[in-house]
Write a protein that binds this ligand. Sequence first.
Ligand code: F6P
Length: 547
Amino acid sequence: MPSSDTTPIEATSAWKALEKHHQQISKSRISDFFTDDPNRFENFSAQAPELLFDYSKHLITSETLELLIDLVKQSGLEKAINEIFEGELINNTEKRPALHVALRSPHKNTAEEKAVHLALSKIEAFVAKVQNGEWTGSSGLPVTDVINIGIGGSDLGPAMAYEALSHNHTTKLRCHFVSNVDPSHLEQTLTELKPESTLFIIASKTFTTLETIQNAQVAKQWIQQSLSSNDDLAKHFVAVSSNIEQAQAFGIDEKNIFPMWDWVGGRYSLWSAIGLPIALGSNMQCFRELLSGAHAMDEHYKNSPLENNMPVLMALLNIWYLNFYKVETQVILPYVQNLHLFPAFLQQLDMESLGKSVSKDGQSLDVKSGGLVWGSAGTNGQHSFHQLLHQGTHMVPADFIACAISSTKNSEQHQHLLANCFAQSKALMQGKSLEEAKTELSAQGHNEVEVEALAPHKVIAGNKPSSTIMMQALTPSALGALIAAYEHKVYTQSMILGVNAFDQWGVELGKQLGSELFQAISSDENCSSFDASTNALINYSRKNNKS
Ligand code: F6P
C-alpha cells in the first residue's frame, strides 16, 4: 500500500509490522547480536563515497532492516529522491524546489547549473583578488581580515566548514563570523581589527534578517568613521543575497553582490557563495573538492540500492528510535576537534527541517518527525555529559565521527583520540553488570558490605545504540560527503514521515513578537499591553537601562 497524501505512514502495513517487531525485540541486547553473528560488522555496515558507515551497534536485526526497507518502499521515497534532483516543487508551502544538489553538480545542463557555474567563476576571481592583494581597502591596503555577517544558514555552514578545513588554510587571511544581535559579538570581533584592511561579507539570502542588518549597519558606521569619503565604502563590503535591491540600497556595489537563489534553502546553502569564507580561508581548489565530495554523495544517494544507501540507513535508524523506542534526542560526537562546530550546524539542518507537527498537506502529525540534536567534540564530552549517556535513564542514540589519519603530525595522540572514540561506543553497548561490578570491587580489596553498597552505583546498563562514521582523513571532499549525507538523511526522514523539510514557519512568530516588543522596550511609556510576565520583564529592563 503506497503512502499518499491521504495515507499517513503510520497506517501502512510496514509501520504496523515494525510496531509488532519492536515488541518482539525490545528486550534484546546489542552485544548478543554480535555473539550470534560473527559477520555482524560486514552485514551492518555500508561503504559510501569517502565514508565508512558502521551501524552494527544498533538495536536492529536483519528482520528489522527488511521491515524498515519495506517502510521506505511503501512511503514512495524512491520517487521523492528523483523529485529533489529533478527540481520538483518539493517545498510545497513556498512552491519552490530545493535544488542544493545543483550547487555541487559538475554539469551545466539546466538553467540552475549554468547559473551556479557562473557564480563559481565569480567566486574564484574574487578569492584570487583578495588573496593576492589585488583587492584593496579604500586606502590601498590589502585585506587581512574578512568578517562574515550572517545568521542561521548564512553563518553556521560557512563557519563550521571554515573551522573544519583550518588545516588546509594557506593564506594569512583570517575570517571571522558574527551572527548575534548582541552588540558585544561584533564589538569584540572588531577590537583587534583595522578598518583599512577589513572586508565584510553581508551574507543574507533575504537581506532583511534583523540580526544581520543591525550588525551590517554598525559595521558600516565603523568603516565610515575611518574613511575620508563615502565613495570608498564599497571596497569594504560584498554581499551574498537574492535581494539585490536591498543590498544595493545598503551601499554595496552591484558587481560585488554574489547570487543566492530562492531554490536554495538557507541551511542548505554553504555550497553557494554563502561558502565564500571557506574558499577565502583555503583556496578555490579546496572549495571545488568540497563540492565534488558532496556530489559523489548525491550520486550515491540517487543510485545505490536502499540496503546500502547511507543517508537512507541513517534516516531509518532515526525513525526507528524516535517512533518505536520513543527516544527524544540524538547526540553527535565528532572525535575530530576541527569538526567542533558540526553539532551546531546539524542542529539547524535537522531541527529547522524536521521540527514540524503537520504533514505536507497540513494534517496534524501522529508520528515524531525529528528529535533534539546536540553534541560536542570528543573527547571533551567524556568529561562532561557522557555520564548521563552511560548511567542516565535516557536512551540517546549517538553518531560518532572519526578520521583514521590526523590532520596533525602527532599520530600517537591521535591514536589516543581514536581509542577513546571506539571505547565510548563499546562502553555504551556493553555496559557493566552487577556481577561484574561486584567482582571488580572485591578484586580492589573492598569488604563484602562495601561491595554490596557500592556495586549498584557502578552498574552501567549498556545496550545504548550508536553509529560510527569513519573517513580516512578530514579532506575537503570527505567533509563534503559527510555534510551531504546528513542533508539527504534529513530529506529521507522528511519524505518517509510526510513533512516539508524546506520551510520554517515556526521561526516567524518570534520575529513578529520581537519587533512589537522592541517598540515597547524602546518606548518611554510604562508597558502594560502584554501578559503580566512580559510587561514586568520589559519594565524591569527599561527601568534598569535608565538608572
Ligand atoms: O532562522 C530563520 C532563517 O530564515 C534561517 O532559515 C536562515 O538560515 C536564517 O534565518 C538567515 O536568513 P537570511 O540568510 O535570509 O538572513
